[in-house]
Design a protein around this ligand. Structure first.
Ligand code: FCB
Length: 442
C-alpha cells in the first residue's frame, strides 16, 4: 500500500472525553451517588466510590494524554461540587477546576468543558430535578457563574450531554435516577434540557470575555447528541421499521431540529407530548457535538426493543461494532452545515481485543465523511481511562488506559489502542502502516 489514507484538517482536535462523576471519585453530593446506594440498581452492586481518583490524579492523567499526542481534552465540571447546596458556591471546588484548567494548558490540551453530564446536585434532584421547570433557572445560574469564573480559560463549551439519553434512561426506562417510567415526563424533561441549552448558549456568549485563545470573542458552544442508528429488525415485519422511525423522529431528529429552529416538538404515541417555542434555542449551535457508538435493531413488541443484529460483532456491553454507521451519522449531522466535533466515540473492551481494529476502521470512516463534505473539526475518544460506566458499573471498560480497580494504587496501563491512537494524533493522519497492523486493507 502506498500514500496516505487520510490527512485530517489543520488544527483538528485530537483528544479523549470523560465526565466528572465517572472518573473523579469521592463525591456524595449528587443524585447518582445516592442512586448507587440502592441495591439492584448498578450492575454487580458496583458504586462509583473512589472511581479513578482523577480528582487527585488529573495532572498525571493529562500527562499521559499529552505524551500520546492529544491536543485537546473533554471534561465536565461537577455542578454538585461547585454548588453543593442551594445558594452556596464551594471555593475549594472552584479552585480545583482552575487547577485542572491550568494543568490542561500546561500539557497543551485545549479544554472542552461540559456543564451538565447526567449528574445533578441533591438539592436539585430533591426539588423534582429536570421535571421541575425551575431547574432551568438554577442551571442557568450555574452556567453564568462558570462563564464568568472560567470563561477566560475555556473556549469550547458543551452545555448538556445527551439530553435525550438522560431523559429516556431516567424517566422512560427508569434505569437511571430518578428511576421513573413515564414517557410524558421523559418528554417534559427533554424539553426542559433543550430550553436550558438555548439559554445557556446565550449566557456563554454574553459573558464571553475573550477566552484562552486571546482573540476577542472566542466561545464556541454546542451540546452533545447521541446518534444511534435505528433500524427495524425484521424486514418482513413492517411494524419494527415503523417503531424505528418513530423513535428516530423523537430521539434524534426532533432534538437536532429544536436546536436549529427553536421549535421543540416532542411526541410519543400514547404519551403527553410537548410543543414549545424557545427563541433562544434557535440557531444555538456553533458546532454539533456527535456521540456515536452503535446501531440498534428495533423490535415493535419485545421487552428490550433494542438488539444488536444477530451474528454481528459486539462489544463487552453487547453493542454492535458498526463503523459504517459512524460515517452515516457524520453525514447526517453534516446536513446542518455546521462544524462537527465528535464529542464521544469508543468501545467497551476490557482486554483491548477488538478495539484497535475497530478504532482504526472508525477513523477511516471519519476520514471518508470529511472527504464527502462533512466539516469535522475534532474527535474525542471515549475515554482516556476505564471508569464508572453508570448502571453498567465497572463492567464497561472504555479506556485507552486500563485501570485495575482491584489494586488500591489504581494503576493506568497503556493499551495498544492508546498507542495506535497516539500515532494518528501525532501525525494528524491515518497512515497505511497503521491499517495494515490491525489487519485492515483500506
Ligand atoms: C455515553 C455517555 C458517557 C459514557 C458513554 C459510554 O452515552 O455520555 O458518559 O457513559 O456513553
Amino acid at each position: 500500500m502506498s500514500g496516505l489514507i487520510h490527512r485530517f484538517p489543520i488544527g483538528f482536535h485530537w483528544g479523549a472525553a470523560a465526565s466528572a462523576h465517572q472518573v473523579e471519585g469521592g463525591n456524595d453530593k449528587n443524585d447518582w451517588w445516592r442512586f448507587e446506594q440502592i441495591p439492584g440498581r448498578i450492575h454487580g452492586g458496583d458504586k462509583s466510590g473512589a472511581a479513578c481518583r482523577h480528582y487527585e490524579r488529573f495532572d498525571e492523567d493529562f500527562a499521559l494524554a499529552a505524551a500520546d499526542g492529544h491536543n485537546a481534552h473533554r471534561l465536565s465540571f461537577e455542578w454538585s461540587r461547585i454548588a453543593p447546596e442551594r445558594g452556596r458556591i464551594d471555593a475549594a471546588a472552584v479552585a480545583h477546576y482552575h487547577a485542572v484548567l491550568e494543568s490542561l494548558e500546561r500539557h497543551g490540551l485545549r479544554p472542552l468543558v461540559t456543564l451538565h453530564h447526567f449528574t445533578n446536585p441533591l438539592w436539585i434532584a430533591d426539588r423534582g430535578g429536570w421535571e421541575n421547570p425551575e431547574t432551568i433557572q438554577h442551571f442557568c445560574a450555574f452556567v453564568r457563574f462558570c462563564a464568568r469564573e472560567f470563561g477566560s480559560e475555556v473556549d469550547w463549551w458543551c452545555t448538556v450531554n445527551e439530553p435525550e439519553v438522560f431523559a429516556f434512561r431516567g424517566w422512560s426506562s427508569g434505569l437511571w435516577p430518578p428511576g421513573r417510567r413515564d414517557d410524558g415526563a421523559a418528554l417534559a424533561v427533554m424539553a426542559n434540557l433543550l430550553e436550558a441549552h438555548g439559554l445557556a448558549y446565550r449566557i456563554l456568549h454574553e459573558q464571553d470575555r475573550g477566552g484562552a485563545e486571546g482573540r476577542g470573542r472566542t466561545a464556541h458552544v454546542g451540546f452533545a447528541k447521541h446518534l444511534p442508528q435505528l433500524e427495524g429488525d425484521r424486514w418482513w415485519f413492517p411494524l419494527d421499521g415503523l417503531r424505528a422511525r418513530l423513535e428516530d423522529a423523537v430521539f434524534n431528529e426532533a432534538v437536532l431540529e429544536a436546536a436549529v429552529t427553536g421549535e421543540i416538538r416532542l411526541s410519543i404515541p400514547g404519551a403527553r407530548g410537548v410543543t414549545r417555542s424557545v427563541p433562544e434555542l434557535a440557531g444555538s449551535l456553533d458546532y454539533v457535538g456527535l456521540n456515536y457508538y452503535t446501531r440498534w435493531k428495533v423490535h415493535m413488541f419485545a421487552r428490550d426493543p433494542h438488539v444488536a443484529p444477530r451474528g454481528a460483532p459486539t462489544t463487552d456491553l453487547g453493542w454492535e461494532i458498526y463503523p459504517q454507521g459512524f460515517e452515516r451519522a457524520l453525514l447526517r449531522v453534516a446536513r446542518l452545515k455546521l462544524p462537527i466535533l465528535v464529542t464521544e466515540h469508543g468501545f467497551a473492551d476490557a482486554l483491548d481485543k477488538f478495539r484497535p481494529r475497530a478504532l482504526i476502521e472508525s477513523l477511516h470512516h471519519l476520514g471518508r465523511a470529511i472527504a464527502r463534505g462533512a466539516n469535522v473539526i475534532g474527535y474525542y475518544h471515549w475515554s482516556l481511562t476505564d471508569n464508572f460506566e453508570w448502571a453498567d458499573g465497572y463492567r464497561g471498560r472504555f479506556g485507552l488506559y486500563q485501570v485495575d480497580f482491584a489494586d488500591p494504587a489504581l494503576p493506568r496501563n497503556r493499551t495498544r489502542s492508546a498507542e495506535l491512537y497516539s500515532r494518528i494524533a501525532h501525525s494528524n493522519a491515518l497512515e497505511p502502516e497503521v491499517a495494515v497492523e490491525v489487519g485492515l486493507a483500506l
